[in-house]
Design a protein around this ligand. Structure first.
Ligand code: MG
Length: 263
């Protein structure tokens, strides 16, 4: 082989390697991201169900309403009727009334919830304006007055308690409503009880993305690393009585079908 031939053959090999390296992942990604059962713009592809979104914060037509301002029938407190206060279409934590759990159970879901801390409430760190919403009774999105009130970052409003601070602090001042829109994918366990797939959660606070599909490390408790223990596919949503008079309104939930995946 002449030096020229050698150079040409080296270039050909380098070119082939480069094309393979760039081309292959693209091909693999295309196959992983698309459902090839249907051609592009296929009119035979099933139409999504029609849902009436019903305005800005009202429950859409396919939602399961958990609180619409009238009663606490969707909730219980340790098996007894919920004993929180209802005033002006809002439900208010009655200190000592205990945590509320939904009577129904949920797995993968979209949850909407609005909360507010009274304007005159004195707060300091974790004290004075604290509650929390627990998906599946154990994965907590923290509720805390976090406007102008500093605490540990993984314990502020819209943190995944003890795990992830929010990307930004989008909390409104006391006396204003804060809005959570949460997308939750439950964990999956083997029949032997070991973790097959962790839970994932996305949270918007007041329309601002604060948690983007973060991998939940397990059920949270104060001051300890979270860990998983096997549980049923559906469990109640829980709202915490931390002794502070947090107000809630417009709570609704939609069960989610499976994620769209390549076939
Ligand atoms: Mg809390």
């Amino acid at each position: 082989m002449t030096p020229d031939m050698e150079r040409t053959s080296t270039l050909v090999i380098a070119f082939t390697i480069t094309v393979t390296a760039i081309g292959l992942p693209r091909q693999v990604m295309a196959q992983a991201g698309h459902d090839f059962t249907w051609s592009v713009h296929d009119m035979n592809r099933p139409q999504p169900e029609v849902v009436d979104p019903k305005g800005h914060s009202g429950a859409p037509s396919d939602a399961h309403v958990l609180f619409d301002g009238s009663d606490l029938n969707a909730w219980h407190s340790s098996g007894k009727d919920a004993r929180w206060i209802i005033e002006n279409g809002e439900m208010i934590v009655a200190g000592g009334g205990g945590d509320l759990r939904t009577r129904d159970s949920f797995g993968d879901c979209q949850l909407h919830l609005e909360w507010m801390i009274p304007e005159d409430r004195e707060v300091h760190g974790q004290h004075g304006g604290n509650s929390g919403v627990f998906l599946m009774d154990r994965y907590e999105v923290q509720i805390l007055q976090s406007h102008g009130n500093t605490t540990y970052a993984d314990g502020m409003a819209s943190s995944i308690y003890g795990q992830y601070p929010p990307q930004v602090n989008a909390c409104r001042p006391p006396g204003n409503w804060n809005i959570y829109d949460i997308v939750f994918r439950r964990p999956i366990f083997t029949s032997q009880g070991s973790l097959l797939e962790p839970a994932y959660i996305t949270v918007f606070l007041n329309g601002v993305l604060v948690q983007e599909n973060v991998k939940i490390l397990g059920g949270g408790t104060h001051g300890r690393r979270a860990s998983y223990s096997a549980h049923p596919d559906r469990l109640p949503v829980r709202i915490q009585d931390h002794g502070d008079p947090i107000h809630f309104r417009n709570i609704w939930i939609r069960g989610l079908g499976p994620r769209q995946k390549a076939e």
